[in-house]
Design a protein around this ligand. Structure first.
Ligand code: LLP
Length: 427
């Protein structure tokens, strides 16, 4: 197997395993396609559009530079993500600050760099942001994150717009409308519009359309009661990707074009000018652009209760570099990457080296029966929430990220060493 024309065996020799391998051209093309689709559909319907890369999926200065160079803005949700975006020279106006529990430090730094928007997540945050803006002598551009009640997406932990969870202001209880009223009355705040993020790993348009209808309804209600027609709606991220050949993931640029056309039509029905629209994909941009490369160690056949057999293939990482299988029951696939094998495929499970039986990277996959110690195994689509959710469980150093341009590999995030871990240990 090669990535961007470099054999993975060369990459393993140069950078070690496990490593996350990023195909730069693939990432940039995904970014470019999404921006082009949004711009084109926007122009067609007279709607201004912008796309934010949700940097929680994977945050590094190199990736943010590439994303920004392709026309994306950057969504950050912590001080670390904000500082990384600034370090990548993303201008403040192209940054959006999220978070359900923003600190004063985060808000202050955001204001100092005149970020494009701060997304308000609670009523109490209205006073907090207004107070910090007053102290900074600034007017803060804000949006209101609305809980629309739409339930979409994969696992319960990544669905975010139903009522009983921590994000946003409820449309149903009137909290969102109250937030709008309070913000409009605050001279330190400028209300740009309404935001909705309904969840992650979503394959269909309906949830987004339902959320957009809800936001448009609130926008009309605000216009009727205050005379202010809000400029912008943000429909969030959550666009799904195919982790295995069984997943029928959407064509994300096409889905975004469709959403823009739908919002233009629905807004047209109200007789009001269509709002500007923004989106915040993370996974769909960086997920498929990376694979994790592991070295195979112990291979062990295990007899199953039904008399069958499963080959347990242990790799040199595991739940510390990919927690998604355990946390969300996520499915992945894997392939022998360092040689060709004509051995018959057998039912296998890729497991890590951690001290838990739940340490599973790929639950079910067919691998050649002759797979053995020293082989390289690649697990694709690990770019989103792989490195960013990684841990040091069992004192494992987190893998580095190697980015490959055509034939040119270089490490964009260095592999941790045990000395890095011990440097934090004060004895
Ligand atoms: N915008 C907001 C406000 C978000 O909260 C998120 C993700 C995104 C955009 C980007 O969503 P994406 O397009 O990447 O699905 N750790 C979980 C995903 C958590 C997503 C949190 N918020 C996972 O590994 O599936």
């Amino acid at each position: 197997m090669s990535i961007a024309n470099v054999p993975v065996s060369t990459l393993a020799d140069m950078f070690g395993t496990p490593s996350y391998l990023l195909d730069i051209a693939d990432l940039r093309e995904r970014c470019r396609d999404v921006v082009a689709a949004a711009t084109e559909a926007g122009e067609q319907h007279g709607i201004e559009t912008s796309v934010y890369y949700a940097s929680k999926a994977f945050s590094s200065t190199a990736v943010l530079r590439w994303a920004h160079a392709e026309g994306l803005r950057v969504d950050v949700a912590s001080l670390g993500e904000l500082v990384t975006a600034l370090r990548a020279d993303v201008p403040g106006h192209a940054i959006g600050l999220h978070g359900n529990n923003k600190s004063e430090t985060e808000i202050d730094l955001a204001l100092q760099h005149s970020v494009g928007r701060i997304v308000i997540d609670s009523l109490s945050e209205i006073d907090l942001v207004a107070e910090r803006a007053r102290a900074a002598g600034a007017v803060a551009p804000v949006m209101v994150r609305v809980t629309t009640g739409v339930h979409a997406g994969g696992h319960e932990y990544i669905a975010t717009a139903h009522e009983d969870q921590k994000f946003g202001l409820s449309l149903a209880t009137g909290a969102a409308a109250e937030a709008v009223t309070r913000i409009l009355a605050a001279p330190e705040l400028r209300l740009l519009g309404l935001h909705s993020h309904i969840g992650s790993q979503i394959f269909a348009a309906d949830g987004f359309v339902e959320a957009a209808r809800a936001l448009l309804g609130l926008r009309s209600q605000v216009a009727a009661s205050t005379g202010t027609l809000l400029e912008e709606l943000d429909l969030g991220g959550g666009f799904g990707v195919a982790y295995t050949p069984d997943d029928e993931a959407p064509d994300v640029p096409a889905l975004i074009s469709e959403l823009i056309a739908t919002v233009a039509r629905v807004a047209g029905e109200t007789g009001e000018a269509a709002p500007a629209l923004s989106f915040e994909p993370g996974r769909a941009l960086v997920g498929p652009a990376m694979a994790t490369l592991y070295r195979v160690g112990t291979v062990k056949p295990v007899r199953l209760e039904d008399g069958g057999e499963r080959l347990y293939v242990s790799v040199d990482g595991g739940m510390s570099d990919n927690i998604r299988t355990v946390l969300y029951d996520a499915t992945y696939t894997a392939a022998l990457a360092s040689r060709r094998s004509d051995a018959e495929p057998v039912l296998a499970r890729v497991v890590g080296k951690h001290c838990e039986s739940g340490d599973i990277v790929v639950r079910d996959v067919m691998l050649p029966a002759d797979i053995h110690r020293g082989d390289l195994l690649a697990v694709p689509v690990t770019g989103a929430y792989g490195r960013s959710l990684a841990s040091n469980y069992n004192q494992l150093p987190r893998p580095g990220v190697v980015a490959i341009g055509d034939g040119e590999p270089s490490e964009i995030v260095r592999r941790e060493t045990i000395e890095d871990l011990l440097a934090l240990d004060l004895g």
